[in-house]
Design a binder for this molecule. Structure first.
Ligand code: AMP
Length: 126
C-alpha cells in the first residue's frame, strides 16, 4: 500500500510560505533550513520542493535534475559548515527517517544533517 502525499504537512506549509523557516540554502528544486529542535550544534533539514513522501517516493518519482540538486545542495551545506572529513571537518551524519519504524514525523521527504559534536552510536541498543 502506498500512502498518499498530504499537502497539509508542516514542510508543505513552509514551502508555500504559510509559516516561517530559518533558511540555510535554497535552489530551484531544494530548500534547506535549520531544525526547530536541534539535536546537535549543526542540525539542518534538506527538503525537495516537490511533493514527495519519503526516500523511496523521491527516488522513484523525482527527476534526475531534482535528485542531483538535492544531493549537491546537501553536500554544499556540509562544505559551508566546515564539517566534511578530509577538508578539515570532524564529520557529520545524514539521516532519512521513513514510516513508523523509521520514526518519520513529517510526511514530506527530508534528510537531517547533524554535526558539531560526537554523535555516538548510530542506533540505540535494541
Ligand atoms: P522526522 O522525525 O525525520 O520526520 O523529523 C522531523 C523534524 O522536523 C524534527 O527534527 C522536527 O524538530 C523538525 N521540525 C518540525 N517542525 C519544524 C519547523 N516548523 N521548522 C523546522 N523544523 C521543524
Amino acid at each position: 500500500m502506498t500512502t498518499a502525499y498530504d499537502d497539509t504537512n508542516i514542510f508543505a506549509r513552509i514551502l508555500r510560505g504559510e509559516i516561517p523557516n530559518d533558511t540555510v540554502r535554497e535552489t530551484p528544486h531544494t530548500l534547506a533550513f535549520n531544525d526547530i529542535t536541534p539535536q546537535a550544534p549543526v542540525h539542518v533539514l534538506v527538503i525537495p520542493k516537490g511533493a514527495y513522501l519519503d526516500f523511496a517516493d523521491f527516488s522513484a518519482r523525482a527527476s534526475e535534475a531534482e535528485i542531483v540538486d538535492f544531493h549537491r545542495t546537501a553536500a554544499a551545506i556540509c562544505a559551508a559548515a566546515g564539517i566534511v572529513p578530509g577538508a578539515g571537518g570532524e564529520g557529520f551524519r545524514v539521516i532519512a527517517n521513513a514510516g513508523p519504524h523509521g520514526g518519520q514525523e513529517v510526511p514530506h521527504y527530508h534528510i537531517h544533517i547533524v554535526a558539531g559534536r560526537p554523535l555516538g552510536r548510530m542506533l540505540p541498543e535494541a
